[in-house]
Design a binder for this molecule. Sequence first.
Ligand code: GLU
Length: 315
Amino acid sequence: MLKKTLLAAILSSSIYATEFITIGTGGVTGVYYPTGGAICKMMNKTQKETHIKCTVESTGGSVYNIKTIQADELDFGIAQSDIVYQAVHGEGKFKDKPFKDLKVVMSIHPELLTLAVRKDSNIKKFADLKGKIINIGNPGSGNEATVKLLFKTSNELNITDIKPEQLKSSECPNALKDKKIDGYFYMVGHPTANFKDAANSVDIDLISLKDVPAAQKLVKEKSYYEWGTIPANMYKGVKHDTVTFGVKAVLVTSSKESEKAVYTMTKAILDNFEDFKKLHPAYKNLTKEDLLKGFDHSLLHPGALKAFKEAGLIK
Ligand code: GLU
């Protein structure tokens, strides 16, 4: 009997010794999904010592990730900085239930609200979207929330003036090629496999939003929106720069997450920063200081704060 109990104790202690954590990301052809993979890769290097194993899940995106962390069903998630702000302040999709326990680990790459259209769609500017079938993002994506806000802010076009679709981002390149949609919005880091897929299967164009009054208003009024440029020739056939607005992708968790896990994760990125940067071209210009941009530092999880202080990035 004693032997059996002892065996059970040994077995359970070896099982429970490993802490499993999951990072919620986005569609498989976006940048969140490979970013989750890159973070876990850095973190799992020290798995033998830390006994923490990191895994990644493809999800619907920002809103889904934050809501699922809020429901205690996910440990970490990547989310747009505008959605992070709204979650903490009880705005938008979080109007009925603000997420007061949301904590930030770090911010990562910049994302830009990108409008891709089929070249033969006759769409040259935002106002031309009238009557067109446009994917605005799947339910649960941050993309959907930002696109809806853009239309709500706009005086020139209502969302009812377009025919909105809600396909998953990974389905959009094919839907564009098959003429099921005329264009799609995607708030994402660049370059991304998604637009490469699209540009390689059909002639596409990217539409600048810099002259759209609603976009100008959002950038002027909201500190988390910024202008950015998708350079010419990043995607096949798009020979001009595209200026649009965007956010930062932010890695978030809950205050309930252990200090050890958050510290290990943050330290893994800081200690292996050059290796991390090689894992995706969207991190090309990233500096360690950038990891602290795009969110209120009072939201930093204590584990992340400790790692940033040790690295001398926060006093
Ligand atoms: N920003 C997108 C969203 O939350 C996801 C982008 C990505 O997966 O890289 O809807």
